[in-house]
Design a protein around this ligand. Structure first.
Ligand code: NOJ
Length: 765
């Protein structure tokens, strides 16, 4: 026994050493993995697999949570207690929720020095919109439509997380959602597959960089495969039933895009899809992901989702669940402990093929080699670097940059905004205005409370005005991560009078209202999309004494804002913007940054319209009123349209579109050009959006589909000609056999500043 124990680590060192040399030689030559390095990795994986027992291979497929940050229900204590024992046996391939160099090093040391083969752990963490320095929540970032800034934000997140010992993030979430009730819309890129695909690519590239073996890049994870964003009635974890066309054309494209970008891992989902839980879904994980899309990274389950197949009514018991998940292609078990406990037995009974275990272990080891963990398992464990890198000034600058770009101006009557820099009496009202935690948003496990710049602080930096603050009412009396009690104040109006008094004498009232940071995110579904608590009452009470109100919204999802749109002169959608929130908002309010964000989700007029989205189907009775009859598709009480459509957002300047031309170059290529002019008084940036409508097809197409966009900056009076090329990729769609086709026929091309644009040109392919 002793001889084996000694020999194997030596062999491992040899593998590690040679891989280190190879990697050094490769680093200078290649940015991404070259064919030779891919071959080297495959040889190393082969060599290692040959040495591994069945139990050790299964060990690679087992992931444990760390000891403090829980991001799911608390694990069963019996299993949790086995963590160290399993670590030492080499029965753990990964840990999540482990952070900080000291902690990671301690656990990694056990894996490397105390197990038979010394295989390093891959350390996963939910680095969703930053590690300690937070960027805006992902939905907000998506409102920037700025792919470079989004990529930069992911780069910063990766660099900080990597410095804290982490080498794998469970991001980006690329689930499309059309339902603002679902709390996790804050974590995605909104309702549109084209925009979401571009953003998914930017995020993956930001996290993974061009060389995964560097110690400041981390593996990304496309999640949740698939259709988690279509949870019925927006209720978290609910059943999903999605038809083939929606699956192929709406749900899948952002996932496919992450593969194009080289994403190294996928996470499956809690939901069932058409009767089969995603975790046990062979069609999703093997047929589509691994066979059709040729994904060669690995799939991790979601937290406990293997075991949850019993509750779904798909597996008889835990052992059966492990069998289904492994056969379906779930490679790693997050927090069900069923692989480590059941898989070896299932293989011996012939219920799971050993080839599937080999394949899963191979995929996991491959990513570990690519990360360079065999070269140096402690490459992410440099305490000095941790001290120097986390919270760097440059990261705050990047966070501020994308925070400004994420703000969407929803209304600005009589140019109330930007505020004057001098001589105005400004009342700032609302608990969220002075809050230094809430704007960090949900998914901020490693960020410290009270580290965001508040709006009050941001505005105080502008000293030319008289600024008076009054809270008016508490929204939250404290924020909680894991329980529902959000301490929303629904009764206490005792501080209204003071706020009213302050508002009465002000020239302008800035009210910061909305949701607290943990009111959106996982398991934070809502049926009411209004302002929580007594905030609406406060707003209306202030409105009675001063109508000059700028409403600044802090929220993680679209809200219903009819009263606000009707009564208030100015509305600024400022989401939850992360660490630099208050500075970004102040710069926009004072005109040092001209807002350019555009909504990535439609804002409904009523919750009853949800799910609501711009790329709907016409139906046999299009949504245009038919005179003198009720027999058309509509509601009796609310218009069909959203209050603010997808792609909508104003600027302090105005833009004019003209001279739209679309020219068919071949049966699969169309050139489009348009002229954009800045017709207002401010320099500004516009997101020029191109939509198509395929008038008739073998599978019906939406009334509009985004197929191109460009960010254009113009000075006052400046014009620019913008061109787009539509190719097969933009003109085609997936039929119900899953084939991508382009069909000849009539198309309309629309270009403008939102999805309602009327400027159009027609072509025939
Ligand atoms: C559950 C969430 O659904 C998933 O997105 C997350 O990555 C895991 N928990 C780990 O925290």
């Amino acid at each position: 026994m002793k001889t084996i124990k000694l020999l194997v680590p030596i062999m491992c060192c040899f593998i590690a050493l040679s891989s280190c040399q190879n990697s050094k030689a490769n680093k200078s030559k290649t940015k991404s993995l070259s064919l030779t390095s891919v071959e080297h990795i495959e040889q190393k994986v082969d060599a290692l697999l040959k040495q591994m027992t069945l139990e050790e291979k299964i060990g690679q497929m087992n992931q444990y949570s760390g000891f403090w940050d829980l991001t799911g229900p608390a694990p069963n204590s019996g299993n949790a207690a086995k963590k160290y024992e399993h670590l030492r046996k080499g029965y753990v391939g990964s840990m999540l929720n482990l952070r900080g160099v000291k902690n990671v090093r301690k656990i990694q040391k056990i894996a490397v020095e105390e197990t038979r083969l010394g295989i390093p752990l891959i350390i996963g963490f939910d680095v969703i919109h930053g590690y300690e320095t937070l960027s805006p929540i992902p939905l907000a970032e998506s409102a920037s439509w700025d792919l470079e800034a989004i990529k930069k934000s992911a780069e910063v997140a990766a660099e900080e997380a990597a410095a804290a010992g982490i080498n794998w993030t469970f991001a980006p979430m690329v689930d499309i959602s059309r339902d603002a009730r679902w709390g996790r819309v804050m974590e995605g890129a909104g309702e549109d597959p084209y925009l979401a695909s571009k953003i998914a690519i930017a995020r993956v590239k930001g996290f993974q960089g061009s060389d995964l073996s560097q110690n400041n890049t981390i593996a990304a994870c496309a999640k949740h495969f698939a259709a988690y964003g279509f949870a019925e009635s927006g209720r978290e974890y609910n059943t999903v039933d999605v038809g083939t066309s929606t699956l192929n054309n709406i749900v899948f494209p952002p996932f496919q895009a992450t593969i194009e970008a080289g994403v190294r891992t996928f996470m499956n989902a809690f939901n069932e899809l058409n009767g089969i839980p995603a975790t046990g879904n062979t069609y999703l994980q093997r047929t589509i992901l691994k066979d059709k899309w040729q994904f060669d990274g690995f799939v991790v389950s979601d937290w406990g989702s293997i075991e949850e197949m019993v509750a779904h009514g798909h597996a008889k018991d835990g052992k059966h669940a492990a069998q289904i998940a492994a056969n379906a292609g779930s490679d790693m078990d997050m927090e069900s402990y069923l692989y480590v406990n059941e898989l070896a037995g299932l293989v011996k009974e012939g219920k799971v093929k050993e080839a599937y275990i080999d394949d899963a272990a191979r995929r996991i080891l491959r990513v570990k080699f690519e990360l360079g963990l065999f070269d140096d398992p402690y490459k992410y464990c440099d305490e000095q670097r941790e001290k120097e890198v986390i919270g760097q000034h440059a990261f705050h600058e990047a966070s501020l940059d994308i925070a400004k770009k994420s703000i969407v101006l929803l209304k600005n009557e009589n140019q109330l905004l930007p505020l004057k820099k001098q001589g105005q009496k400004i009342a700032l009202i609302g608990a969220l205005a002075s809050d230094k935690t809430s704007s960090l948003g949900s998914w901020r496990i490693a960020a410290k409370d009270n580290t965001a710049v508040s709006v009050l602080e941001g505005m105080q930096a502008y000293t030319g005005n008289q600024l008076t603050y009054a809270k008016g009412a508490d929204v939250s009396l404290g924020q909680t991560k894991f329980v529902d009690e959000l301490n929303i104040n629904t009764t206490d109006r005792s501080e209204f009078p003071q706020a009213i008094a302050v508002a009465k004498t002000a020239d302008v009232v800035v009210m910061v209202l909305g949701e607290v940071g943990y009111q959106s995110g996982e398991a934070r579904s809502r049926t009411d999309l209004g302002l929580p608590g007594v905030q609406q009452d406060l707003l209306e009470a202030i409105y009675k004494v001063n109508k000059n109100i700028v409403l600044v919204l802090n929220n993680g999802r679209p809200l219903v804002l009819n009263w606000h749109q009707e009564h208030l002169p100015a509305i600024v959608e400022a989401w939850q913007l992360g660490t630099q929130s208050g500075n970004a908002i102040a710069q926009v309010l004072y005109g040092d940054y001209n807002p350019s964000g555009k909504l990535p989700m439609s804002f409904p007029r009523a919750v009853g319209q949800v799910p609501i989205y711009y790329n709907y189907k016409n139906t046999g009775r299009p949504l245009i009123p038919i005179p003198n009859t009720v027999f058309w598709s509509h509601y009796q009480d609310v218009e069909n349209t959203p209050l603010y459509p997808f792609g909508y957002g104003l600027s302090y300047t105005t833009f004019e579109y003209s001279a739209l031309q679309a020219k068919v170059v071949s049966d699969k290529e169309v050139n489009v050009s348009v002229t954009l002019k800045n017709t207002g008084k401010f320099a500004g940036k516009e997101v020029v959006q191109l939509y198509i409508k395929d008038h008739y097809a073998s599978v019906t197409r939406p009334v509009r589909e985004l197929k191109g966009f460009e960010l254009v900056s113009l000075k006052p009076n400046e014009s620019k000609n913008i061109t787009f090329t539509l190719s097969e990729k933009e003109l085609g769609f997936y039929n119900n056999e899953g084939e991508f086709i382009v069909e000849p026929g009539d198309f309309s091309i629309f270009v403008g500043g939102d999805s309602n644009t009327t400027l159009q040109s027609k072509i025939t392919l």
